[in-house]
Write a protein that binds this ligand. Structure first.
Ligand code: 26V
Length: 814
């Protein structure tokens, strides 16, 4: 194998400034004098991209010609966040950029901020995909991210004058997008509909319509690895001939309908992230990107070969299915092998099963996709046949294993009416993993129990992680410098377990004070950020307490707001003495799925609590609540480093992992949390004494359900809770309107599916402990520092290492 050549040589700031000028001149067509900050951003982005080109070519060549198996990460979402700063860091050009941009008369931060954030994901699952491709490149593992270049990302959130969520479209491509390269010459045809006929004893699919999948390539530079991988996002275009087919001279307007239909496929990211929508367009999206990606991989790894030996396919690339969304890839690969390349069923099955692995990201039964068989039959008739046959083979296999009929029926992949994608993924791949220890255990014990009994060896765990490049080094430069000072080296950025070296420094009061000063400076910065972006005046001499994540009942934003209301009432009524009040600022950030009624009502409630509390002179300087609009990666990068107390308060057994929890711990926030998801492991690593644990365990939750849960009992038992609920019910936060939150209140008192009320007392009690500790800044910060020092495990580099050994059986390029 050839040596890795260095990327286009590290340049001087002056040379880099010239490269930016060249981009301004030849691609932006403006003089440096005419250039706006947006022009400089685009020019700088293109200049950085050029620096990555050689390493990119080299990585691609080594990926195809070497004998290291590549990873294909199939994901309907990649929530990348802004790219420029990260690309500069990974290309080693940060200093040159700063100097060059200043020479051009601009502020580096303004140029970085000028980028429009790409938001092609809903939340945790999409952001995890982005962290994973960063880690794959940083570790030098050959990899492709495969997904969809949606024209509209997750909606932008604002609030109306009543505090209700308003969604507006995120048409991100209205802005020049310098990172993606659309490659019309490497397109793929993806077909839909029609029928299956038999010709010469062979099944032949005669589709009714096709779309053109065109790849848009994004470079994924590794941190100091000299490797640049590819994120290939597909965009849907129509075929001219298709338009002609529909063309009717008298109805010219109708002739463009097929084009609209084709291009609709990649138009919008679905903003739901739990309930199954069962929408035809979503299935079209899934098949669209998966079919294009599988064909692309064959093109890449068997260039120019008409009849490649695809029995070697699983040695070339292993595909990770990011949740059930790409699972249609299993029957698609079977179809490709049998129909397009003439393999027999058994050979095709052997290849397919070896090629795929499945990650499950949920414990909510409603988030496991189940497609109506009629829909699959209509859209992908050949695939439905293949799925039926897979199911027959599966049933036979279960019978051989001695699985009883009743159980086998429960395990059906194809029920006659529906196709269960999680079951198809479990049977059709080699490995299944959950995303935290507890989650993986619950998959084995509950969600996929029968599968785990029948195929115990398939099941494994890979605990999630987050990239330290974006979420420590870039988001928190002050802490990064302090860590480097404490460790005497900056190698921790690529080897996060090195943070352990900070443990002894927790006994060094001077170091702890420096650590506290970093947090205070970050808080100060966030106050300015909040003023600039939200027009609010945050009091920085308060405890910064944050809950940011999607709005879901199971995550229990309700629990937090009820506790805030209770504290508000206590201050107002004087039930808590002035001396005992620890001033606090509570930040919420959360988007609700547009059709999720109770979630949207919870947002409205938080906004109105905020209005009442923040305008009440009785609690001024003691308590403030903000619902920050449009939580996104940029907000995360600014708010997390400034946070002192993080909320991870889901009902035990519901949050698969969480990744925000890891970001906060790594940035020196203490967590108040339940024994759920990765909280369990975070607490183990950082030490129980450095984590505020409260609430029921999974077993206790189970038992309470079994015994019959009555939320009203808890309401009656704790006067703090009763008062908080009453204040919501009596119109205190709705100008006296008692109906405003009636559905929410009724849900709490009669259903309360996620047992918010049952956990309230424990949650309210632990606030006392939190405030007690906060009174002693040195002790608080010592614990916070220990959180940082002991959270190195939660690097996505470690997650990827675990995937490499437990699932993918591959490694870095030689
Ligand atoms: C599910 C569905 C269901 C059908 C409708 C469309 C749709 C879109 C997205 C999803 C994904 C939901 C699963 C998810 O986001 N899980 C989160 O994954 C994180 C990364 O593993 C994990 O940290 C969170 O705990 C988990 O909720």
């Amino acid at each position: 194998m050839t040596e890795i050549t260095a990327p286009k040589s590290p340049v001087t700031a002056a040379a880099f400034a010239d490269e930016i000028r060249e981009q301004l001149k030849y691609t932006q067509n403006v003089t440096p004098e005419q250039a706006t900050v947006a022009d400089v951003y685009v020019a700088a982005a293109k200049a950085v991209r050029n620096h990555l080109a050689d390493s990119w070519f080299k990585t691609q060549a080594d990926t195809v010609n070497g004998n290291t198996k590549a990873v294909g990460y199939l994901s309907a979402e990649f929530l990348m966040g802004k790219q420029l700063e990260n690309a500069l860091l990974n290309a080693g050009l940060t200093d040159q950029f700063d100097e060059a941009v200043e020479a051009l008369g601009f502020k580096p931060k303004d140029v970085i901020d000028a980028e429009y954030e790409p938001a092609l994901g809903n939340g945790g699952l999409g952001r995890l995909a982005a962290c994973f491709i960063d880690s794959l490149a940083s570790l030098g593992v050959p990899a492709f991210g495969y997904g969809i270049q949606y024209r509209y990302g997750i909606f932008k959130q604002t609030f109306d004058e009543n505090g209700k969520q308003v969604e507006t479209p995120d048409y991100w491509l209205n802005n020049e997008e310098p990172w993606g390269h659309i490659d019309y010459n490497r397109d793929q045809k993806v077909s839909f509909g029609g029928e299956v006929v038999e010709e010469d004893g062979k099944k032949v699919w005669k589709p009714a319509w096709s779309v053109r999948a065109v790849p848009v390539d994004y470079l994924v530079p590794g941190y100091k690895s000299q490797r640049v991988n590819t994120l290939r996002l597909w965009t849907a275009k129509s075929y001219d001939e298709f338009d002609l087919l529909a063309f009717n001279k008298s109805e010219y307007m109708d002739a463009v309908k097929p084009q609209v239909k084709a291009e609709n496929i990649s138009k919008i990211l679905y903003p739901e992230d739990s309930t199954k929508v069962g929408k035809e367009l979503r299935l079209e999206q899934q098949y669209f990107f998966v079919a294009a990606s599988l064909h692309d991989a064959i093109r890449v790894f068997y260039p120019g070969q008409d009849k490649p030996d695809l029995t070697t396919f699983p040695n070339k690339i292993t595909f990770q299915l990011n949740d059930t969304h790409p699972v249609i890839g299993i029957p698609e690969l079977m179809r490709i092998l049998i129909d397009e390349y003439d393999y027999d069923w058994d050979t095709a099955w052997g290849i397919t099963q070896k090629t795929f692995n499945y990650t499950c990201h949920t414990l909510l039964p409603e988030a496991l996709e189940v497609w109506p068989a009629s829909l699959i039959g209509e859209l992908l008739p050949r695939h439905l046949e293949i799925i039926e046959k897979i199911n027959e083979q599966f049933e036979a296999e279960l019978k051989d294993k001695g699985v009883d009929e009743e159980t086998a029926k429960d395990m059906a992949i194809y029920t006659g009416d529906a196709v269960r994608m999680a079951y198809l993924a479990t049977y059709g791949g080699s490995h299944v993993n959950g995303v935290a220890e507890l989650h993986s255990q619950l998959l084995k014990d509950v969600t996929l129990k029968n599968f785990s009994d029948a195929y115990p060896d398939k099941f494994t765990n890979v605990t999630n992680g987050v990239t330290p490049r974006r979420f420590v080094k870039l988001a928190n430069p002050r802490l990064s410098d302090l860590i480097t000072e404490g460790l005497g080296t900056d190698t921790w950025v690529a080897d996060l377990e090195k943070l352990q070296g900070l443990v002894p420094l927790a006994n060094d009061d001077e170091f702890v004070k420096k650590f506290a000063a970093v947090k205070n400076a970050n808080k100060h910065d966030f106050v300015a950020f909040a003023k600039q972006h939200y027009g609010i005046d945050v009091n920085e001499n308060t405890l910064f307490n944050t809950m940011v994540k999607r709005l879901h009942e199971y995550k229990r934003q309700s629990l937090k707001i009820l506790a805030v209301i209770s504290q508000y009432a206590a201050i107002k009524n004087g039930t808590v003495s002035v001396d005992d009040i620890q001033p606090r600022t509570v930040f919420f950030g959360a988007k609700a799925a547009p059709g999720y009624y109770l979630a949207k009502m919870t947002i409205e409630l938080i906004n109105n609590v905020s209005k009442v509390v923040n305008n009440d002179p009785d609690v001024q300087g003691k308590l403030a609540v903000y619902m920050l609009p449009n939580y996104n990666i940029e907000m995360a990068q600014n708010l997390i480093p400034a946070t002192e107390l993080d909320e991870q308060i889901s009902q035990a057994g519901k949050e698969a992992s969480g990744t925000g929890n890891m970001k906060f711990a790594l940035n020196g926030a203490l967590t108040v949390g339940t024994l759920d998801g990765a909280n369990v492991e975070i607490r183990e690593k950082v030490g129980a004494e450095n984590f505020f644990l409260f609430g029921m365990t999974v077993d206790e939750v189970e038992k309470l359900y079994a015994d019959g849960y009555d939320p009203a009992k808890y309401y009656e038992a704790d006067p703090r809770l009763k008062q908080a609920v009453n204040l919501v019910a009596d119109g205190t936060f709705s100008y006296g309107d008692r109906n405003a939150y009636a559905p929410l209140v009724a849900d709490w008192l009669t259903k309360d599916w996620f047992m918010t009320l049952a956990d309230f007392s424990a949650y309210a009690d632990i606030q006392g402990e939190i405030e007690q500790l906060y009174k002693d800044p040195l002790e608080w910060n010592r614990k916070a520092l220990l959180n940082v020092a002991n959270s190195g495990y939660f690097s996505s580099d470690r997650s990827i290492e675990d995937y490499l050994t437990r699932i993918w059986e591959t490694g870095p390029l030689a």
